[in-house]
Ligand binder design. Structure first.
Ligand code: SF4
Length: 82
């Protein structure tokens, strides 16, 4: 348990340092928000199932093409919520 907390604290510190070093980076800001949302657990960000979240396509910090976005948002909007 202490190892897990130490890992979470380390990831939070790294994310904060990365954001301080790159305050204008949208990708780093989104990545930091997703880590915060997922209790600083990178696996949780990867496995996030909240596909309707506006940040979802960018949660891993990579580039997302216009085509990928179009496909993603079409799927999200065509899927009934209930
Ligand atoms: S994409 Fe997932 S992890 Fe990132 S902010 Fe949205 S719900 Fe949270």
């Amino acid at each position: 348990m202490n190892d897990e907390l130490a890992t979470m604290a380390r990831i939070a510190k790294q994310a904060r340092e990365r954001q301080e070093a790159n305050p204008r980076s949208r990708a780093i800001a989104i990545r930091t928000k997703c880590l915060d949302c997922s209790a600083w657990q990178t696996a949780e960000v990867r496995q996030c199932v909240v596909v309707a979240c506006p940040l979802w396509p960018w949660r891993s910090g990579g580039k997302v093409s216009e085509k990928e976005l179009e496909i993603h948002f079409k799927k999200v909007h065509d899927t009934p919520l209930v």
